[in-house]
Design a protein around this ligand. Structure first.
Ligand SMILES: [Zn+2]
Length: 162
């Protein structure tokens, strides 16, 4: 594309290759040294790459558009789920394990602590919801007497059906 401009001295219309913009030439008509203007000079104010800048700004606007998550908004508006619903949704299941002290005693040996410890390690600390002491009465097989005993009730969770 050529730059068409008028010589400031003799008003001769000149046509020069765009690559020559900004260089000094000798006017073929009046033999004066003149500078070839940039094609996009308007009213003496250079506006280089005005269109390119605008396009870049548009691209940037698009690039930084915040993604719309309509689903997240819906979740915020909707009523909070009950804990069991949440657990079911995540594939989590809540379980209850009761360990009675009397069940852990055999031949005079007390395995209660050992069994509770083993169970807790089996489910893992991350899956332990709560552990609560319980007391109960049971009938001793030998003496037929009712005795008070203790145990623990362990609430824990798992990732799926067990
Ligand atoms: Zn001239």
């Amino acid at each position: 594309m050529d730059i068409i401009f008028k010589c400031p001295n003799c008003e001769q219309e000149l046509s020069v290759a765009e690559s020559g913009a900004g260089t000094e030439i000798e006017c073929p008509t009046c033999n004066q040294n003149i500078v070839i203007p940039f094609a996009n000079v308007r009213d003496g104010v250079p506006r280089p790459m005005a269109a390119a800048v605008t396009n870049a700004a548009r691209l940037e606007e698009k690039h930084f558009v915040v993604p719309q998550h309509q689903k997240a908004a819906d979740d915020l508006i909707s009523k909070p789920l009950r804990p069991l619903d949440v657990a079911a949704k995540d594939g989590l299941q809540i379980h209850l394990k009761t360990i009675r002290h009397s069940e852990c005693v055999e031949v005079g040996k007390d395995h209660f602590d050992e069994m509770v410890t083993r169970f807790l390690n089996k489910i893992g600390q991350a899956n332990l919801v709560s552990i609560n002491p319980i007391s109960y009465a049971h009938q001793d097989l030998g003496s037929r007497e009712w005795v008070n005993d203790y145990g623990v009730m362990i609430v824990y969770k798992t990732d799926g059906p067990t």
